[in-house]
Design a protein around this ligand. Structure first.
Ligand code: GDP
Length: 211
Protein backbone atom coordinates (compact mmCIF):
# COMPACT_ATOMS: atom_id res chain seq x y z
CA UNK A 1 0.00 0.00 0.00
CA UNK A 2 1.24 3.49 -0.77
CA UNK A 3 -0.75 6.13 1.14
CA UNK A 4 0.35 8.87 -1.27
CA UNK A 5 -2.47 7.75 -3.60
CA UNK A 6 -5.05 8.18 -0.85
CA UNK A 7 -4.47 11.93 -0.83
CA UNK A 8 -5.70 12.26 -4.43
CA UNK A 9 -7.77 15.39 -4.96
CA UNK A 10 -10.13 16.25 -7.79
CA UNK A 11 -8.74 19.19 -9.79
CA UNK A 12 -11.25 19.72 -12.61
CA UNK A 13 -13.13 18.30 -15.58
CA UNK A 14 -12.87 19.60 -19.09
CA UNK A 15 -14.41 18.66 -22.46
CA UNK A 16 -11.21 19.78 -24.25
CA UNK A 17 -7.53 20.38 -23.59
CA UNK A 18 -8.17 24.00 -22.67
CA UNK A 19 -8.86 24.70 -18.99
CA UNK A 20 -6.86 21.67 -17.93
CA UNK A 21 -4.03 21.60 -15.36
CA UNK A 22 -0.75 22.94 -16.69
CA UNK A 23 0.87 20.39 -18.98
CA UNK A 24 3.86 19.76 -16.71
CA UNK A 25 5.05 16.93 -14.51
CA UNK A 26 3.74 13.42 -15.07
CA UNK A 27 0.21 12.30 -15.83
CA UNK A 28 -1.03 8.71 -15.80
CA UNK A 29 -4.22 8.25 -17.86
CA UNK A 30 -6.89 5.65 -17.06
CA UNK A 31 -8.61 4.36 -20.19
CA UNK A 32 -11.26 1.73 -20.70
CA UNK A 33 -14.49 0.78 -22.28
CA UNK A 34 -17.57 2.23 -20.56
CA UNK A 35 -18.64 0.06 -17.64
CA UNK A 36 -15.30 -1.78 -17.57
CA UNK A 37 -14.80 -0.56 -13.99
CA UNK A 38 -12.47 2.41 -14.47
CA UNK A 39 -14.08 4.78 -11.97
CA UNK A 40 -14.34 2.02 -9.38
CA UNK A 41 -10.65 1.22 -9.90
CA UNK A 42 -9.64 4.87 -9.37
CA UNK A 43 -11.78 5.04 -6.23
CA UNK A 44 -10.28 1.81 -4.87
CA UNK A 45 -6.71 2.92 -5.61
CA UNK A 46 -7.25 6.26 -3.87
CA UNK A 47 -9.40 4.74 -1.12
CA UNK A 48 -12.07 7.37 -1.81
CA UNK A 49 -15.54 6.12 -2.50
CA UNK A 50 -16.70 9.02 -4.62
CA UNK A 51 -13.58 10.50 -6.22
CA UNK A 52 -14.34 9.31 -9.74
CA UNK A 53 -18.05 9.13 -10.45
CA UNK A 54 -19.52 5.68 -10.95
CA UNK A 55 -22.29 4.76 -13.38
CA UNK A 56 -22.46 7.85 -15.53
CA UNK A 57 -25.34 8.53 -17.86
CA UNK A 58 -24.69 7.25 -21.37
CA UNK A 59 -24.42 9.97 -23.96
CA UNK A 60 -23.64 12.86 -21.66
CA UNK A 61 -20.82 15.27 -22.43
CA UNK A 62 -17.50 13.49 -22.48
CA UNK A 63 -14.91 14.89 -20.11
CA UNK A 64 -11.32 14.54 -19.10
CA UNK A 65 -11.27 14.37 -15.28
CA UNK A 66 -8.05 15.41 -13.56
CA UNK A 67 -6.86 14.40 -10.08
CA UNK A 68 -3.75 15.54 -8.27
CA UNK A 69 -1.80 12.88 -6.43
CA UNK A 70 1.27 14.90 -5.49
CA UNK A 71 2.89 18.06 -6.80
CA UNK A 72 3.38 17.45 -10.54
CA UNK A 73 1.79 13.98 -10.42
CA UNK A 74 -1.73 13.48 -11.72
CA UNK A 75 -4.27 10.89 -12.75
CA UNK A 76 -6.59 11.63 -15.62
CA UNK A 77 -9.79 9.67 -16.08
CA UNK A 78 -10.36 9.48 -19.84
CA UNK A 79 -13.92 9.26 -21.15
CA UNK A 80 -15.12 5.69 -21.55
CA UNK A 81 -15.88 4.21 -24.93
CA UNK A 82 -18.53 1.83 -26.11
CA UNK A 83 -22.12 2.69 -25.33
CA UNK A 84 -23.82 1.10 -28.32
CA UNK A 85 -26.64 3.61 -28.38
CA UNK A 86 -24.83 6.93 -28.09
CA UNK A 87 -25.53 9.43 -30.87
CA UNK A 88 -22.99 9.61 -33.69
CA UNK A 89 -22.13 13.18 -32.64
CA UNK A 90 -21.07 11.93 -29.18
CA UNK A 91 -18.92 9.18 -30.71
CA UNK A 92 -17.27 11.74 -32.96
CA UNK A 93 -16.66 14.03 -29.99
CA UNK A 94 -15.13 11.10 -28.08
CA UNK A 95 -12.73 10.33 -30.94
CA UNK A 96 -11.65 13.94 -31.27
CA UNK A 97 -11.11 14.38 -27.55
CA UNK A 98 -9.13 11.15 -27.19
CA UNK A 99 -7.00 11.89 -30.23
CA UNK A 100 -6.24 15.43 -29.10
CA UNK A 101 -5.38 14.31 -25.58
CA UNK A 102 -3.22 11.35 -26.63
CA UNK A 103 -1.30 13.22 -29.31
CA UNK A 104 -0.85 16.59 -27.60
CA UNK A 105 -0.51 16.00 -23.88
CA UNK A 106 3.20 16.26 -23.12
CA UNK A 107 2.93 15.21 -19.47
CA UNK A 108 1.16 11.96 -20.38
CA UNK A 109 3.64 9.33 -19.18
CA UNK A 110 1.64 6.08 -19.12
CA UNK A 111 -1.73 4.44 -19.71
CA UNK A 112 -3.57 2.22 -17.25
CA UNK A 113 -5.99 0.27 -19.41
CA UNK A 114 -8.94 -1.16 -17.48
CA UNK A 115 -10.70 -4.22 -18.94
CA UNK A 116 -13.51 -6.31 -17.51
CA UNK A 117 -11.88 -9.72 -16.91
CA UNK A 118 -14.93 -11.35 -18.48
CA UNK A 119 -14.62 -9.32 -21.73
CA UNK A 120 -10.93 -8.58 -22.29
CA UNK A 121 -9.32 -7.20 -25.44
CA UNK A 122 -12.25 -5.50 -27.11
CA UNK A 123 -11.59 -3.52 -30.29
CA UNK A 124 -11.16 -0.41 -28.20
CA UNK A 125 -8.60 -2.16 -25.98
CA UNK A 126 -6.61 -3.27 -29.02
CA UNK A 127 -6.60 0.30 -30.31
CA UNK A 128 -5.13 1.51 -27.02
CA UNK A 129 -2.54 -1.29 -26.99
CA UNK A 130 -1.56 -0.44 -30.58
CA UNK A 131 -1.37 3.25 -29.72
CA UNK A 132 1.01 2.53 -26.82
CA UNK A 133 3.15 0.26 -28.96
CA UNK A 134 3.26 2.87 -31.73
CA UNK A 135 4.27 5.71 -29.38
CA UNK A 136 6.28 3.71 -26.84
CA UNK A 137 3.99 4.87 -24.02
CA UNK A 138 4.24 2.51 -21.01
CA UNK A 139 1.11 0.41 -20.55
CA UNK A 140 -0.22 -1.33 -17.44
CA UNK A 141 -3.40 -3.39 -17.85
CA UNK A 142 -5.94 -4.14 -15.12
CA UNK A 143 -8.22 -7.13 -15.61
CA UNK A 144 -10.82 -5.92 -13.19
CA UNK A 145 -13.96 -7.45 -11.62
CA UNK A 146 -11.77 -10.50 -10.97
CA UNK A 147 -14.18 -11.35 -8.14
CA UNK A 148 -16.78 -12.23 -10.79
CA UNK A 149 -14.76 -15.32 -11.75
CA UNK A 150 -13.45 -18.21 -9.70
CA UNK A 151 -9.75 -17.81 -8.93
CA UNK A 152 -8.66 -20.46 -11.44
CA UNK A 153 -10.76 -18.98 -14.24
CA UNK A 154 -9.45 -15.46 -13.56
CA UNK A 155 -5.88 -16.77 -13.56
CA UNK A 156 -6.50 -18.56 -16.85
CA UNK A 157 -7.81 -15.35 -18.41
CA UNK A 158 -4.70 -13.53 -17.19
CA UNK A 159 -2.45 -16.14 -18.81
CA UNK A 160 -4.49 -16.10 -22.02
CA UNK A 161 -4.40 -12.31 -22.33
CA UNK A 162 -0.68 -12.29 -21.54
CA UNK A 163 -0.16 -14.82 -24.29
CA UNK A 164 -2.15 -12.83 -26.84
CA UNK A 165 -0.27 -9.65 -26.01
CA UNK A 166 3.14 -11.30 -26.03
CA UNK A 167 2.99 -11.50 -29.82
CA UNK A 168 2.83 -7.75 -30.26
CA UNK A 169 6.32 -7.53 -28.81
CA UNK A 170 5.83 -4.54 -26.50
CA UNK A 171 6.83 -4.56 -22.81
CA UNK A 172 3.53 -4.01 -21.03
CA UNK A 173 2.48 -5.26 -17.59
CA UNK A 174 -0.83 -6.87 -16.71
CA UNK A 175 -2.59 -8.03 -13.55
CA UNK A 176 -5.86 -9.12 -11.99
CA UNK A 177 -7.78 -6.55 -9.96
CA UNK A 178 -11.02 -6.21 -8.02
CA UNK A 179 -12.36 -2.87 -6.80
CA UNK A 180 -15.07 -4.75 -4.94
CA UNK A 181 -12.77 -7.10 -3.04
CA UNK A 182 -9.88 -4.61 -3.03
CA UNK A 183 -7.45 -7.11 -4.49
CA UNK A 184 -4.48 -6.17 -6.65
CA UNK A 185 -4.18 -2.67 -5.18
CA UNK A 186 -0.58 -3.04 -3.95
CA UNK A 187 0.45 -4.27 -7.38
CA UNK A 188 -1.09 -1.22 -9.09
CA UNK A 189 0.47 1.14 -6.53
CA UNK A 190 3.84 -0.43 -7.25
CA UNK A 191 3.35 -0.03 -11.01
CA UNK A 192 2.29 3.62 -10.48
CA UNK A 193 5.35 4.27 -8.29
CA UNK A 194 7.57 3.18 -11.18
CA UNK A 195 5.60 5.18 -13.74
CA UNK A 196 5.68 8.36 -11.68
CA UNK A 197 9.33 7.91 -10.63
CA UNK A 198 11.07 6.19 -13.51
CA UNK A 199 14.60 4.97 -12.97
CA UNK A 200 17.02 6.70 -15.38
CA UNK A 201 18.73 4.17 -17.66
CA UNK A 202 22.15 3.19 -16.34
CA UNK A 203 25.03 5.14 -17.84
CA UNK A 204 23.04 8.34 -18.51
CA UNK A 205 25.00 10.31 -15.93
CA UNK A 206 28.42 8.75 -16.50
CA UNK A 207 29.46 10.63 -19.65
CA UNK A 208 31.47 13.31 -17.85
CA UNK A 209 33.37 10.71 -15.84
CA UNK A 210 34.72 9.10 -19.01
CA UNK A 211 36.85 12.07 -20.04
P1 GDP B 1 -16.57 2.75 -15.73
O1 GDP B 1 -17.68 3.12 -16.65
O2 GDP B 1 -15.48 2.02 -16.45
O3 GDP B 1 -16.04 3.90 -14.92
O4 GDP B 1 -17.17 1.64 -14.73
P2 GDP B 1 -17.67 1.78 -13.21
O5 GDP B 1 -16.51 1.92 -12.29
O6 GDP B 1 -18.73 2.83 -13.17
O7 GDP B 1 -18.28 0.32 -12.98
C1 GDP B 1 -19.31 -0.20 -13.78
C2 GDP B 1 -20.11 -1.21 -12.97
O8 GDP B 1 -19.29 -2.31 -12.60
C3 GDP B 1 -20.65 -0.62 -11.65
O9 GDP B 1 -21.92 -1.18 -11.41
C4 GDP B 1 -19.64 -1.10 -10.62
O10 GDP B 1 -20.19 -1.23 -9.32
C5 GDP B 1 -19.24 -2.46 -11.18
N1 GDP B 1 -17.84 -2.81 -10.79
C6 GDP B 1 -16.74 -2.05 -10.96
N2 GDP B 1 -15.64 -2.68 -10.49
C7 GDP B 1 -16.06 -3.87 -9.99
C8 GDP B 1 -15.38 -4.99 -9.36
O11 GDP B 1 -14.16 -5.02 -9.15
N3 GDP B 1 -16.17 -6.06 -9.03
C9 GDP B 1 -17.51 -6.08 -9.26
N4 GDP B 1 -18.18 -7.18 -8.91
N5 GDP B 1 -18.17 -5.05 -9.83
C10 GDP B 1 -17.46 -3.96 -10.20
Amino acid sequence: MNPVYHQAKFINSSPHLKDTPEDQGREVAFAGRSNAGKSSAINALTRQNALARISKTPGRTQLLNFFEINAGQRFVDLPGYGYAKVPVAVKKQWHELMETYLTQRKSLCAIILVMDVRHPLTDFDWQMVEWCRHTGLPLHILLTKADKLAYGAAKNTLLQVQKELRDINFPLTIQLFSALKKTGIDEVHHALDLLFNPVEPAGMESEEDDG
